[in-house]
Write a protein that binds this ligand. Structure first.
Ligand SMILES: Nc1ncnc2c1ncn2[C@@H]1O[C@H](COP(=O)(O)OP(=O)(O)OP(=O)(O)O)[C@@H](O)[C@H]1O
Ligand SMILES: [Mg+2]
Length: 468
């Protein structure tokens, strides 16, 4: 053999050897890679039967590789996911599908299942190569998140429904309470009637009895007087007759059996009648004044009572200044006549209140009248009534202050009673403050005597809540 060709042969053999060496080293590297990799790498035929599986298959699902070869991939997939698995292994998935892969549940040898991501590609011999990637942890986390979300959602829905139900119940309860409160107010008003009706009957009976006796006295007086007028009529008849007969002068001079001239007798009768008429007239005037005063008192008592039991209240959003101004207007003439100084100090922008305006007008009128009467009683020249309104917390506070007599400590607890009065029978019924406080309370507020000093004056405080 030619030495050079020998050399070439040797060289070729060396190269071949090196190639084989390198090839087997590379195969070794790939096998190692395929055997150690955590993903399952597989090959299957056109029916989807496994031809090759790496050890990761056993690690992930627990089946031995030899037992699994020649079995279809779909047989390891849980029932529900089988159609999808079939589409990917035995049919023609699109390129996109192949690239993205599909999430499937695989049954493990212990009966449990795991989520794996299947990616496949067609190989040159009409089969498939592919991989299975463990996505179980992520899937389960995602699933429990979804469950959590949906349970959260259903909890939110449930809570919302519960809240709506609570709201509805609350609404009904508020309605029921309003009704109860309304009934309580009605009952309270009726209680006022009960509390006051006996007293009112008594109070009304007194003036009416005295009115009756004055009227009776007047009637008797009138009877006496009309007897005298009867006599006068007779005398005038005589005079007219004598005058017609031209014997009038003679008639006047004639004397009766007591020796008194007819003329003197008649003129005396006329004088008597005129005198009696004067007295009677004066008496009648006094009686009429008395009767009017008594009737005023009856009217006042009945008005008070009617106010206390008013059934048709109109509660509206109003400014507290309106009923105060209105009360001053009612009292204007009486206050002006007495030269009482009026001071009004209303804070600007007072919030409105929810109240029955007429009731509050009565309240402030009662307070102003009391203040005025106490200034009267003190015979005070520099009388002054001050009304101050301001905001305190959630309330409007109104103070009515006078520099009248003041109220003795002993009386201070009684002034709101329905039968307490220090005034003359004709002046006061004692119901004013009791009714006023009830009105203020019915409008959600309260009323107290804040301070009073004998000889100095008194301050009444009214608190009323804002309208919401
Ligand atoms: N501003 C005041 N100054 C002094 N005393 C007062 C004042 N306000 C009320 N009083 C006392 O309280 C009593 C009760 O007052 P209240 O208004 O209830 O009845 P009244 O004024 O006597 O009668 P009415 O109001 O029916 O005319 C009064 O009689 C008086 O003694
Ligand atoms: Mg009064």
């Amino acid at each position: 053999m030619h030495s050079s060709s020998l050399k070439t042969q040797e060289l070729n053999a060396q190269v071949q050897y090196r190639l084989i060496e390198e090839l087997s080293a590379s195969e070794q590297r790939y096998r190692e890679l395929v055997e150690r990799i955590r993903e399952v790498v597989f090959r299957c035929d056109g029916d989807g039967k496994f031809l090759f599986l790496n050890p990761a298959w056993t690690a992930l699902l627990g089946y031995s590789v030899p037992d699994s070869l020649n079995r279809r991939l779909v047989d390891f997939v849980v029932e529900e996911d089988r159609d999808t698995a079939l589409h990917f292994t035995a049919e023609e998935p699109s390129e996109q599908e192949s690239r993205d892969g599909v999430e499937l549940r695989f049954r493990k040898s212990d009966g449990e299942w795991v989520w794996l991501l299947l990616a496949v590609q067609a190989d040159t011999s009409g089969g498939r190569v592919g991989s299975l990637y463990d996505i179980d942890e992520r899937k389960r986390a995602q699933q429990s998140l979804e469950e959590l979300n949906s349970s959260l959602e259903s909890r939110v829905q449930k809570r919302t429904a519960e809240l709506a139900e609570t709201n509805r119940k609350l609404g009904a309860e508020i309605e029921a309470r309003k009704q109860i409160q309304e009934n309580l107010l009605k009952a309270e008003r009726l209680a006022v009637v009960g509390e006051t009706s006996g007293r009112v009957a008594h109070e009304v009976l007194n003036p009416i009895t005295s009115i009756f006796s004055r009227v009776e006295h007047n009637a008797n007086n009138w009877k006496d007087f009309s007897l005298l007028l009867g006599n006068l009529r007779e005398v005038i008849g005589d005079w007219r007759e004598e005058h017609a007969n031209a014997t009038f002068a003679q008639y006047l001079a004639n004397k009766n059996e007591d020796g008194v001239a007819y003329g003197d007798e008649d003129f005396e009768l006329l004088d008597t009648i005129l005198e009696r008429q004067d007295v009677f007239q004066q008496e009648r005037e006094a009686d009429l004044r008395f009767i009017m005063k008594q009737l005023q008192r009856v009217i006042k008592i009945i008005n008070n009572l009617r106010g206390a039991v008013r059934q048709n209240r109109t509660v509206e959003e109003i400014s507290v200044i309106d009923p105060i101004d209105e009360a001053y207007e009612v009292m204007q003439d009486s206050l002006a006549k007495r030269n009482i100084r009026i001071v009004k100090d209303m804070a600007p922008n007072l919030p409105s209140i929810l109240a029955d305006e007429n009731e509050l007008i009565q309240v402030f009128t009662n307070l102003l009248r009391n203040a005025m009467q106490s200034i009267d009683e003190k015979r005070h020249r520099g009388g002054c009534i001050e009304t101050v309104a301001c905001v305190s917390g959630e309330m409007i506070e109104i103070r009515v202050r006078d520099n009248g007599t003041g109220i003795p400590k002993n009386d201070q607890d009684s002034i709101f009673n329905f039968d307490f009065s220090t005034k003359d029978r004709g002046e006061g019924t004692g119901m004013g403050l009791g009714i006023s406080r009830r009105f203020v309370r019915e409008n959600g507020g309260d009323m107290i005597l804040e301070s009073s000093e004998v000889g100095q004056g008194s301050t009444f405080l009214i608190q009323l809540p804002f309208a919401r």
